[in-house]
Write a protein that binds this ligand. Structure first.
Ligand code: HEC
Ligand code: HEC
Length: 436
């Protein structure tokens, strides 16, 4: 280790103080030990000559055991200074350093836990998040590295995002969460105060407040909309719903920096400069995987992907992914056209024509199209059966509208109507297969 002092003088200075202290202590002990006479000529015990309420103090030497104990502690102290660092720059004969001890402890812990980390690292995030033991380890890691900013409940605070809700700045898929933790994030918004002026900021703030239905001044907000459309839509989007990974949604009444007029004005005036640190070099891939699973698990208690993971906002245009829970969509997978429906609905998703083009072409060419409706396993079975029939008919009508002859379409009730047990979105579908 480098010297901790600006000049070697200080090292010797400290060693000097230590040596002198030991010598002084030894002298003190020896001097106290000389007092042998404890009785006066008449055999009465000698006292120190003072008295409090009739209590006097004998002038006895230290008891032997106590006296030796002092020497013992002193010898221990000297031994300690010889063995360990402490006396100036002298490193101690054992060559101990706190770094070395830390490294050894870390190495020991790694050896103990690495097999476990490795086991979970080989499992997908969704699965790890359902594992109790893994989540306990994840929470410990979170408590060690993350709570100072995100809070012990991971709900964040001003400037630090809540990690338990479904509102994401950068995305809630395992990949995006991993990316956030491993590479860190920078959330930067320029200051608009100088450009908009005080009044402009107030107007823009009122418009922002109107976006989430907060109390606002309508006149001011109307003026603010002009500022917003000119300056803010490039990041926050034309409707203020934000852009995942670029700027937050301003319509959901979830605030990173506060939703009062004062806080919003402050954000607009001064801008924001926010940073999530990078962890990839410091925490190995195994720990990152556990932390990703832990964070993902906080907002996905059912272990299923959510539409909000990709920044979809409740009520926004549907994303065309089957996993996007509870939204109509269409895909072609496992040799079948899969038409997914929203809960309780029998409407074929917009844009189905493109995905269905091949199946429709086959139907037009005289092949038989078999249409089977499934439902999810929630709710009344009879009502579900009725709904699945309606959905199958809706898909048939859709195919006919695309030009397939009715004679080439067969509605067939599947053996197990609640398809894909455990996954409701998967169950709410009509399947179209080409036969013959
Ligand atoms: C020094 C404070 C700090 C620490 C420590 C910290 N974070 Fe963050 N984190 C932030 C900030 C600030 C942001 C938001 C960045 C922004 O506004 O762009 C953030 C964002 C995130 C996001 C993205 C959230 C979203 O909505 O997309 C995740 C995930 C995350 N942090 C996880 C973690 C985990 C896991 C740890 C522990 C390993 C951690 N953070 C430690 C400050 C911190
Ligand atoms: C360059 C892209 C960009 C532009 C342009 C921009 N913003 Fe932002 N805005 C951001 C980012 C990024 C954040 C989040 C900062 C963070 O992560 O802490 C943000 C945050 C905010 C917030 C705080 C949201 C919260 O949850 O607390 C408000 C309010 C806001 N912007 C309003 C505006 C207004 C009004 C304008 C136009 C005058 C504007 N922004 C222009 C990128 C932008």
């Amino acid at each position: 280790m480098e010297s901790q002092f600006t000049s070697p003088f200080w090292s010797f200075y400290i060693i000097g103080i230590i040596v002198v202290s030991f010598l002084a202590l030894a002298w003190l002990l020896l001097s106290q030990n000389k007092m042998k006479v404890t009785k006066d000529k008449d055999g009465k015990p000698l006292t120190m000559g003072h008295e409090w309420d009739g209590i006097e103090e004998y002038n006895n030497p230290l008891p032997r055991w106590w006296y030796l104990l002092f020497w013992g502690t002193m010898l221990f102290g000297i031994g300690y200074f010889i063995a360990y660092p402490g006396a100036g720059d002298f490193k101690g004969l054992l060559n101990w350093t706190s770094h070395k001890q830390y490294d050894e402890e870390v190495a020991k812990a790694e050896a103990t836990y690495m097999p476990m980390y490795k086991k979970y690292a080989a499992m997908p995030v969704e699965q790890v998040a359902q594992n109790k033991e893994a989540m306990t380890i994840g929470k410990n890691l979170f408590d060690t590295y993350c709570i100072q900013c995100h809070g012990s409940d991971a709900k964040g605070s001003r400037g630090f995002p809540n990690l338990t809700d479904t509102d994401w700045l950068y995305g809630g898929t395992p990949e995006k969460i991993h990316e956030s933790i491993a590479n860190g994030r920078l959330g930067v918004m320029a200051s608009w105060g100088p450009i908009l002026g005080e009044e402009g900021v107030r107007d823009a703030a009122n418009y922002v407040m109107s976006l989430s239905g907060k109390d606002h001044n309508a006149e001011s907000a109307a003026r603010g909309k002009v500022h917003f459309d000119t300056n803010c839509v490039s990041c926050h989007g034309p409707d203020g719903r934000g852009t995942l990974g670029m700027a937050p949604n301003l319509t959901d009444d979830v605030w990173l920096w506060g939703g009062t007029e004062k806080a919003i004005s402050e954000t607009i005036t001064g801008g924001r400069n926010n940073q999530m640190p990078t962890w990839s070099g410091f925490l190995g891939e195994e720990k990152l995987h556990l932390l990703t699973s832990y964070v993902w698990g906080l907002s996905h208690p059912d272990g299923k992907a959510l539409a909000t993971d990709n920044g979809a906002v409740a009520g926004a245009a549907p994303a065309a992914a089957p996993a996007a829970d509870d939204q109509a969509s269409v895909n072609f997978e496992n040799g079948a056209l899969n038409v997914y429906f929203a809960t309780g609905k029998a409407d074929v998703a917009a844009g189905a024509e493109q995905v269905a083009a091949d199946v429709v072409a086959a139907g037009k060419a005289g092949k038989k199209l078999v249409v089977s409706g499934y439902t999810d396993s929630t709710g009344d079975a009879a009502a579900n059966a009725e709904l699945s029939k309606k959905r199958a008919q809706a898909v048939k009508a859709f195919l006919v509208a695309q030009g397939v002859a009715e004679a080439n379409i067969e509605l067939r009730k599947p053996e197990n109507i609640t398809g894909a047990a455990g996954n409701n979105a998967e169950g709410r579908r009509v399947e179209v297969r080409v036969e013959g």
